[in-house]
Design a protein around this ligand. Structure first.
Ligand code: NAP
Length: 558
């Protein structure tokens, strides 16, 4: 059976909840969960006699739901809003379970802790759900669940075994906060080894991959919110993200897993383009965020950032069932990837070796999905050089000024030098610029130097490549124009070419000024697109359709 997509709905108002259930149906969900714990007061009867209005509202919701539903009245002890009497909660379940056919929920969810704590509660719940010993005509199946919002529970195995051993439990659910990507691997193992249909989900940013990859491991369901503001657990994706971005319905056991490794990675456009490429190329892969954090304030000389990266990446690569097949690697791990590849004896492309930074990992796996080898490369250089070649042709003998001395500037300087250009580096930290020029110039036949930033207005370069975060939305100086275009234009009349590597916004203050001066401009989307297309080819063997990445990135930034 394929993994169900379930939309959780916090019920506060009957009409709004029903509207959400209809929207979930229209959006392509298979199931809804009515979370009634902030709605059900614990009162079963109205003061004037007869069923309490909230109970009747819940019954109507279930009966009118356009999709099969789970009803959950989650206790406060496991992150829910119900603080009333336990017997009243179970009486509600009993009432719902005994509703006439077609008016009962498909599932009732109760915490294993509450269920196992009292023989009386267990007996009453068992009267309301389907199981081998059931004598009554009841509708729902029982989901036994366990949640931990802080971490993997120490007694995880005991809980899972206990839930599976309960004869009345149809489905076992375990959810805990994943504190790193590695916490998901145990959830995948639980799914693969399941005795009964199982839901195993990691909460929080690090657990997102368990929600996306549930179909790969045969998870019973995954939860997805209708809208970003309506999540019921941290890290829950939206239905649209699951269906459109991650192609949830096409994920199966053999699907290869790729991702963007960095910190942070939540804003990355890489999942957008790479999943679209897999779709267009009919490549059985899914591309997901793979956040690997670094310590916020590491002790001087600490190697923790690298060690965390290494441990996580090796666990992903060697996991026997994840089918981890490759990654884009971004700040702050590009240098870590080269160091790890050297330690492990992986293949390193000449560019990655020369720069000491790599952004692409390709993993080769065997017939039984076992790790065989890995190779790393740096597609940032191609990302910078291909748009430049398209715009100005041969770079040989051309004067190129690069602003910045970080990773992007290194890639630009390396590429421009290799193409025969004369390169000048300008940077805020002038010593860093000089060191970069000395290092790359030493191994190159091309000409390379570093000049004080104060001399930038007198630059006679024909091509400027901007490689700092100035002008970037949310960056340190979003309104800054890092190159004094007007002054340079006054000093030298010939129009120049400006390549701004910043791509959000697409038109930066620098590009606006350059256009106003009549210069040719290349925006940062070109770099992003070309480096990503080269990665896609490294994983799939083919380039994605021309124009696809460009359109997707521009549409999403617009
Ligand atoms: P990095 O390694 O951290 O280097 C940042 C560089 O910018 C350093 O030279 C730094 O100068 C300089 N800098 C930082 N803040 C500055 C400020 N407020 N004023 C002046 N200079 C400043 O980063 P990176 O990987 O090279 O990335 C740099 C930029 O390139 C990114 O912000 C991004 O916009 C762009 N980029 C684009 C793509 C793409 O696909 N389009 C890919 C990668 C990068 P110091 O040396 O003095 O600290």
């Amino acid at each position: 059976m394929s993994t169900l997509l379930c939309v959780p709905i916090m019920v506060h108002d009957e009409d709004a909840a029903l509207a959400s259930a209809r929207a979930a149906h229209a959006a392509g969900a298979d199931l809804v969960e009515f979370r009634v714990d902030e709605f059900f007061t614990g009162d079963l009867e109205a003061p004037a006699g007869g069923p309490h209005p909230t109970v009747l509202a819940i019954e109507r919701l279930v009966a009118q739901s356009p999709l099969p539903c789970i009803v959950t009245c989650r206790s406060g002890s496991e992150g829910g809003g119900y603080g009333g009497d336990e017997t009243d909660r179970v009486s509600l379940y009993e009432r719902l379970g005994l509703a006439e056919p077609g008016r009962a929920p498909a599932y009732l969810d109760i915490e294993y802790a509450a269920y196992a704590r009292s023989a009386n509660i267990k007996q009453k719940v068992n009267l309301a759900v389907k199981h081998a010993g059931q004598l009554r005509e009841v509708g729902p199946s029982l989901i036994l669940s366990a949640h931990d919002f802080t971490a993997r529970p120490a007694d995880l195995t005991r809980k899972v075994l206990g839930m599976n051993a309960e004869p009345a439990a149809a489905i076992v659910k375990i959810a805990y906060r994943a504190r790193s990507l590695r916490d998901n691997l145990e959830l995948f193992e639980l799914l693969v080894q399941r005795q009964k249909p199982t839901i195993a989900l990691g909460m929080g940013e690090f657990g997102l991959c368990s929600r996306i990859l549930a179909p790969k491991f045969g998870g019973f369901l995954t939860f997805a919110a209708l809208r970003p503001a309506e999540t019921t657990a941290p890290g829950q994706p939206t239905v649209r993200e699951l269906l459109d971005l991650y192609r949830f319905r096409s994920i199966r056991r053999a699907t290869k897993v790729y991702g963007i490794i960095g910190w942070p990675v939540t804003q990355s456009k890489s999942p957008l383009v790479h999943n679209a490429a897999f779709d267009a190329l009919e490549h059985d892969g899914v591309y997901i965020p793979l956040p690997i954090p670094v310590p916020e304030s590491p002790a001087p000389g600490s190697d923790d950032a690298y060690l965390g990266f290494k441990a996580t990446l090796l666990d992903l690569a060697h996991d026997p069932q994840l089918s981890f097949s490759g990654a884009s690697v971004t700040i702050p791990h590009k240098e870590h990837l080269v160091r790890l590849a050297r330690e492990q004896g992986w293949l390193i492309s000449p560019e990655a070796a020369a720069l000491g930074a790599a952004n692409t990992l390709i993993v080769t796996r065997g017939a039984r999905d076992e790790f065989i080898s890995a190779a790393i490369s740096n597609t940032d250089i191609e990302g910078l050089m291909a748009p430049l070649r398209d715009a100005v042709g041969d770079l040989s003998g051309r004067r190129v000024a690069i602003l910045g001395a970080g990773g992007a500037a290194r890639a630009a300087a390396y590429g421009a030098l290799a193409a025969g250009a004369e390169v000048t580096i300008y940077n805020r930290d002038e010593a860093r610029a000089a060191a970069l020029a000395a290092e790359l110039g030493r191994d190159s036949t091309g000409r390379m130097n570093a000049i004080s930033l104060a001399d930038l207005p007198r630059s006679s370069a024909e091509i400027f490549i901007h490689c700092t975060p100035q002008g970037m939305k949310g960056g340190p100086a979003p309104d800054a124009c890092p190159i004094p275009v007007a002054e340079i234009a006054r000093n030298f009349e010939a129009p120049r070419v400006v390549f701004d590597t910043v791509y959000n916004p697409i038109e930066t203050p620098l590009l606006r000024h350059a256009k106003a001066a009549g210069w040719r401009t290349i925006d940062g989307v070109h770099m992003f697109v070309r480096q990503a297309m080269t990665q896609s080819k490294a994983w799939t063997g083919r380039l994605p359709p021309e124009g696809l990445f460009d359109r997707l990135v521009r549409e999403s930034l617009a």
